[in-house]
Design a protein around this ligand. Structure first.
Ligand SMILES: Nc1ncnc2c1ncn2[C@@H]1O[C@H](COP(=O)(O)OP(=O)(O)O)[C@@H](O)[C@H]1O
Ligand SMILES: [Mg+2]
Length: 248
């Protein structure tokens, strides 16, 4: 099974904070999915980008839910669902049989930080030829009320579905080394040399992504972090021509 994540920074105006979707990028990726991943079991996901990171940081929801702030959390739930619906529509127009599945409807975080996943829905949808489309979300958390579940973290809970390969599409061509060039491969030893040049966001930006990527690689999953610029890039990534491969 493939997990393909469309980074929030790639598909929304995350840098400016504007709640707008880059429709053409989503459309091109949808066509690539239709053309190059046809016949595979795929779970698609997207980040929350400006629809999630901005309000989550504004209301401090990354520290959990405080009493009396339910309406602010509700704003985030609705905002990321709006983004999910918008992306779902584009994908459907391009012939991808997506089923919107908000992460909060299948994941729950226990007191000890353990995430419970109800995967029956996903496996049944896959069996019927659908493509679940999930997203970074706030999920119910037994201790703190809500937890920011990044779409970089979600694949860790999909291992029981036979997850083999994860592709994180983002707004840079891959993991950049100290000289600013794309690294073909990255190992845990390299991380100390990779300063995080971005403003930190609520899920840790590139360093957060790398930490999830190494966790996945340790479980035997092939992980690639790559940019998306033109139609056909998904094929170039699948063929190993572009992007950064995670090695352990
Ligand atoms: N060494 C690095 N290599 C690549 N990107 C980096 C690096 N350090 C920081 N970044 C930043 O990480 C960003 C990607 O992370 P993020 O914004 O979380 O993307 P996504 O929305 O795809 O999760 C890039 O836009 C870049 O600014
Ligand atoms: Mg991110």
């Amino acid at each position: 099974m493939f997990y393909l994540k469309l980074g929030g920074s790639l598909i929304t105006e995350k840098r400016s904070g504007e709640q707008r979707v880059r429709d053409q990028v989503v459309r091109d990726i949808s066509r690539d999915v239709r053309d190059f991943l046809h016949g595979n079991d795929i779970v698609l996901a997207h980040g929350a980008g400006s629809f999630g990171h901005i309000p989550v940081a504004k209301y401090g929801l990354d520290r959990g839910l405080s009493k009396g702030h339910e309406i602010e959390a509700s704003e985030v739930f609705v905002s990321v669902s709006r983004l999910n619906c918008h992306i779902s529509l584009i994908m459907q127009e391009e012939g991808v049989p997506v089923v919107p599945v908000p992460a909060r409807s299948i994941f729950y975080r226990e007191r000890d930080g353990h995430v419970i996943a109800h995967l029956e829905t996903i496996s049944e949808l896959l069996r019927r030829g659908f493509i679940p489309l999930t997203h970074g979300d706030l999920i119910a958390d037994c201790l703190s009320g809500v937890y920011v579940l990044s779409a970089d973290e979600i694949p860790l809970y999909l291992l029981p579905l036979g997850l083999k390969e994860v592709i994180f599409l983002t707004d840079v061509p891959g993991v950049l080394g100290p000289d600013g060039r794309v690294l073909d491969v990255v190992s845990e030893d390299d991380v100390v040399k990779i300063e995080s040049r971005a403003v930190k966001d609520v899920t840790g930006s590139m360093l957060g992504k790398l930490s999830r990527a190494f966790q996945l690689a340790h479980k035997g999953v092939k992980v690639i972090i790559a940019g998306y610029y033109n139609r056909g890039d998904l094929k170039r990534i699948l063929d190993g021509e572009v992007g950064t491969k995670i090695v352990i």
